[in-house]
Ligand binder design. Structure first.
Ligand code: SF4
Ligand code: SF4
Ligand code: ZN
Length: 138
């Protein structure tokens, strides 16, 4: 998948934008180059490394986004969201609510601006705040 242009397939059911994820860019959290970058949540068979506990609803692809789930926002998602907000300044639950109210196309437009590198126009990684196109740190 093309890096730099956000498309609906890059937005995971949990609200994560896989296009800003360090694994998607092909690096580990320790900054080492991965042998196999993660393509994105929707195209992989196993659960994402950032979702620790299994969710049957997601595993069996019963819903497109977590906000369609009767348990939304469930305990697992809330725990993950709290950690992601604190560590990376990004909320999946907020993303999901924005997708729900504004629609996916508007959300993608906003994300494109939000994560744009001010130096080269590339994408800033949410995990280490680095642009992998020009290496500039935000
Ligand atoms: S590791 Fe998870 S968040 Fe990152 S690109 Fe893969 S599925 Fe998406
Ligand atoms: S149980 Fe939680 S993780 Fe699973 S689909 Fe519902 S809101 Fe999403
Ligand atoms: Zn850049």
């Amino acid at each position: 998948m093309q890096k730099g242009k956000f498309v609906p397939e890059l937005i995971a059911p949990c609200g994560m934008n896989c296009g800003i994820c360090i694994s998607f860019f092909g690096y580990t959290m320790k900054g080492k180059k991965r042998k196999h970058p993660c393509s994105n949540c929707r195209s992989r068979d196993s659960q994402c490394a950032f979702i620790k506990k299994q969710c049957d609803t997601l595993a069996t692809k019963q819903i497109e986004y977590c906000f369609e789930c009767t348990d939304f926002p469930c305990e697992n998602l809330t725990t993950l969201d709290t950690r992601t907000r604190a560590k990376y300044g990004m909320s999946m639950i907020e993303n999901l609510r924005n997708i729900q109210t504004q629609g996916i196309e508007q959300f993608l437009k906003n994300e494109q601006e939000r994560w744009k590198c001010s130096t080269c126009g590339g994408i800033i990684c949410v995990h280490n705040k680095t642009c992998y196109t020009c290496n500039q740190s935000r």
